[in-house]
Ligand binder design. Sequence first.
Ligand code: SAM
Length: 204
Amino acid sequence: MSDKSHWEKIYTNKRPAEVSWHQTHLEKSRELIRATGVGHDAKIIDVGGGASTLVDDLLADGFRHITVMDISPTAIQSAQARLGARAREIVWLEADATRGSLPAHHYDVWHDRAVFHFLTDAKDRRRYVDNVSHALKPGGYVIVATFGPNGPLKCSGLDIVRYTSEQLHAEFGEDFQLLRSAVEDHVTPAGKHQEFVYCCCRKR
Ligand SMILES: C[S@@+](CC[C@H](N)C(=O)[O-])C[C@H]1O[C@@H](n2cnc3c(N)ncnc32)[C@H](O)[C@@H]1O
């Protein structure tokens, strides 16, 4: 099964609030985006945003240039339906984060919660990081959240890679400066605890 058909199946068979990674609000992500200090004109991309409500919260926070990218059109449609007329204020991209299709030096903030950790092949991770380098403005921020060293070995039934903040920063390399990191105890809708590690790095 390709990645796309895996995610299409998930979003077709489960409601957004039933998936293990669901949070009513992505507070840690929102906090880290605010901590960058970028203004409301900042271009922000939520990569693998799925059906999450981060986009709703970023609109509520006053950000005006938001892009949501996901490999699953069903996830995108779900977020669009929830937003109603406000969906027209967002740029929606059905795309794969390991394939190049984004404009150069365009975004001020790249956000990814629970996508990078699915990249178990080093070549895919390299392509993903190349995409971040290509699409972020110099001085732009990349915020990535993965399962931490005490987190589960699988997510959504797929193998993942767990990271400490240092290991996650190392994937991005010296072209990126690690600014801050955080650990979160995520409680799934089924009541299981999952350790997430968040990193915010700045492109030099
Ligand atoms: C675990 S979910 C996380 C969703 C959301 N970020 C959140 O925290 O609620 C992973 C998301 O990444 C998307 N995805 C998986 N692989 C992807 C890829 N290579 N490129 C873009 N999106 C991808 C999936 O469709 C899914 O919506």
